[in-house]
Ligand binder design. Structure first.
Ligand code: ADP
Ligand code: MG
Length: 321
């Protein structure tokens, strides 16, 4: 199958059609209409075989995941996702693989009402890049720089599941079949907190999605907001599967330092705390208060039942030994 047949079969004419797409797949560029009172939010994330996923990851999960991680970035800014483009580098044309990959991709795109408006298809080592676009009312984006002293720190869901799924595979940690399934589901099919991100608009002061680990990602907020924070490790939500598998003393690297769960971390002033929690509940999000913003210049302290907890190693960084 040639490049153009492939594009026609798996991308053109598949997926949803949005009214704000003036020209979709098939020309040199796509054309979209951004509403007048909105800003365009743009983000890109790449998944590289052997770096971000095992070569034997189910292709359907890969299609889901590559879009999910990009939608998570849009969610962290409070944007409504609208359009995506896809750069696909494939070692060869493997039809069953492509079928499953594009099924996963189109499924999540449809769920979030996102249209695939273009891309590029090339041959080479398996690499998938998505550029996701969203819209946001002018001036309403949530950044990493807005946290204020006294704000409460929240996360939208349990942390550490994806980490445990990965490490269990790498190091042969024993999992019950149910726990293995639950943990792998969180790694393969992360749920971007798209609705929650939009709820946070106008209520939260800062937000970030946890892709590289809680400690590393909150570090960005603290430095960009020029504040300190205290986190209570025992308040960070964890799943039953993780609790079943790891005694408390062994959990912290997974929960605090690993990432890949794509929950949102956000800060909220005391006056908005209850209202925001209640509003998130309406969207099925049970946000947990895990700490507070303090005066300072970017330092984090993690306590476990009031005692200082040594910070696990930093989050994932490329180009480090
Ligand atoms: P050009 O050579 O002008 O860059 P291409 O021949 O690469 O255009 O692509 C033809 C059309 O197909 C373009 O509209 C492009 O956006 C789209 N396209 C190519 N690859 C993909 C893909 N993997 N997913 C979605 N659209 C794609
Ligand atoms: Mg061209």
């Amino acid at each position: 199958m040639k490049e153009f047949e492939l594009i026609n079969r798996y991308f053109k004419g598949r997926g949803i059609t949005r009214r704000d797409v003036d020209l979709g797949i098939g020309d040199d560029c796509a054309l979209v209409s951004v509403p007048e009172n909105c800003q365009l939010a743009v983000t890109t994330d790449t998944l590289v075989s052997g770096v971000h996923f095992f070569a034997d990851i189910p292709p359907r999960a890969l299609g889901h995941r590559v879009l999910a991680v990009n939608l998570s970035d849009l969610a962290a800014m409070g944007a409504e996702p609208t359009w995506v483009s896809l750069a696909l580098t494939l070692p060869d044309v493997d039809l069953p693989w492509l079928e499953a990959f594009t099924d996963g991709l189109h499924e999540i795109a449809e769920y979030y009402n996102v249209q695939i408006i273009g891309g590029d298809t090339t041959q080479g080592p398996l690499t998938i890049t998505v550029c996701a676009k969203g819209i946001i009312p002018k001036g309403k984006a949530l950044t990493r720089g807005g946290a204020k002293v006294g704000d409460w720190i929240f996360v939208t869901g349990p942390l550490g599941d994806a980490a445990l799924a990965i490490e269990a595979r790498k190091r042969g940690i024993a999992l019950t079949p149910e726990n293995k399934k639950a943990l792998e589901q969180r790694f393969f099919y992360p749920t971007p907190r798209v609705a929650a991100g939009q709820v946070l608009r106008g209520m939260a002061t800062a937000a970030i999605d946890i892709s590289d680990g809680l400690v590393a990602d909150i570090g960005h907020v603290l430095r960009q907001s020029r504040v300190n924070a205290v986190i209570h490790a025992d308040k960070v939500p964890v799943s039953q599967a993780l609790k079943d598998t790891l005694p408390e003393a062994e959990r912290w690297p997974y929960v605090l330092a690993y990432g890949d769960d794509y929950e949102l971390l956000f800060t909220v002033p005391d006056a908005q705390k209850s209202a925001l929690q209640a509003k998130l509940k309406q969207y099925g999000v049970d946000a947990a208060c895990i700490g507070q913003i303090l005066p300072g210049e970017g330092k984090l302290e993690v306590l476990l039942r009031g005692q200082k907890l040594a910070l696990p190693a930093k989050g994932y960084e490329h180009f480090t030994a």
